[in-house]
Ligand binder design. Structure first.
Ligand code: SF4
Length: 362
């Protein structure tokens, strides 16, 4: 049932107040937030928000609050270090075999926890200029180790099918590029954009297209979102998920379980559960790493392997992603000396119930 009925995307605090998605008393603070970080709530997302619920998990993701004005130590406008790995505009080359290709800086919705929140929004450069696009393609052509190109941004599915088709064709013409992956929130935020023309644009010969869907709560997987994903998957485009661990959104085992089961039911393989990045003004949405590990342990005990994402942390400064899920295997001995001299070393392995078992060294 539609909880908040709006006809067009809401883009200002005043519009949020007018639709009871924010309180009039908060307007001055929200104007300050909106002056720095973009706001957009599509009709499909607004429809999921219960204005009477102060803890609504969808509102927490998309409706700005005065908490965003509080910056905490360690937060950073470029929390995962994109800039230090950007050899030319639009490209982030952090790992040898893949690059990020940032074509647009706009999104259908603006997430309050976005790690690129300083870079995205209507006031920023909306698309990579033609010359920069050509230079970025030259860079990919010149680096034969690049096997995978990840279109991100902003949201690449904000591009028109015509433009996406050109981009896909350009990438497919580069022999060493075998995979193009697109990271998007569009199937959830604006499912009608996943039209026949869009699906057609994403399917090109010579490269395999993957789509990674960003969703954080099972209620985002509406009938419309599921149908949009099915259009992609039925066309032969495999999908994976990415979610961000968020306080008050998916930081309980039951919520995470429902979300991961939802993905798998949609034929989307859970891929990443990101620990919240140190983006400015997002401390109220982050959990601790210990809490995240505990949730992953619980998830292991509740759902099948199909439903298990990797819990990952983007190391601040640009050192890349590391899995930070709980460790299920430890050496029984602890001293390095003991490790060298003992030939009866045992591993301790923890099962899905939390019980510990010994395992021989080989
Ligand atoms: S859709 Fe992605 S890039 Fe856009 S605001 Fe949300 S997290 Fe950031």
């Amino acid at each position: 049932m539609r909880k908040t009925n709006v006809a067009t995307t809401l883009r200002t605090p005043a519009e949020l107040v007018a639709h009871r998605l924010a309180r009039p008393a908060d307007l001055p603070d929200l104007e300050k937030v909106a002056a720095r970080y973009a706001v957009a709530v599509t009709p499909e997302i607004a429809a999921l928000i219960d204005p009477k619920n102060p803890d609504d998990p969808i509102a927490r993701q998309f409706i700005p609050t005065s908490d965003e004005l509080k910056e905490t130590p360690g937060e950073n406008a470029d929390p995962i270090g994109d800039h230090v790995h950007s050899p030319v505009a639009g490209i982030v080359h952090r790992y040898p075999d893949r690059v990020l290709f940032k074509l647009v800086h706009v999104c259908a919705v603006y997430c309050r926890f976005c790690f690129r929140r300083e870079m995205v929004g209507p006031g920023k450069d909306s698309a990579l200029p033609d010359r920069a696009y050509a230079t970025a393609l030259d860079y990919i052509r010149a680096h034969k180790e690049i096997w995978e190109v990840i279109l991100t941004g902003g949201d690449p599915l904000m591009l028109s099918p015509r433009r996406l088709s050109e981009v896909m064709t350009d990438l497919a013409a580069i022999d060493h590029v075998r995979i193009v992956r697109l990271h998007t929130r569009v199937p959830v935020a604006d499912p009608s954009r996943i039209s026949e023309a869009m699906v057609h644009a994403l399917k090109v010969e010579s490269v395999t297209t993957w789509v990674a869907l960003h969703a954080n709560h099972v209620s985002e997987l509406t009938e419309g979102a599921r149908a949009a994903c099915a259009r992609l998957i039925d066309a032969g485009i495999p999908m994976v998920s990415q979610s961000v661990l968020l306080r008050g959104v998916n930081d309980k085992a039951a919520d995470l379980e429902a979300l991961m089961r939802g993905f798998v039911e949609c034929r989307i393989k859970p891929y990443y559960l990101h620990h919240g990045d140190l983006a400015p003004g997002t401390a109220h949405l982050r959990t601790t790493l210990a809490h995240g590990q505990n949730l992953m342990r619980q998830l292991r005990g509740r759902v099948s392997g199909l439903c298990q994402p990797d819990y990952v942390l983007d190391i601040p400064g640009g050192a890349g992603k590391s899995p930070v899920g709980p460790n299920y295997l430890v050496r029984q001995d602890s001293s390095p000396h003991e490790r060298e001299v003992r030939d009866e070393m045992r591993y301790r392995v923890t099962d899905y119930c939390g019980d510990v078992h010994l395992y021989p060294p080989q």
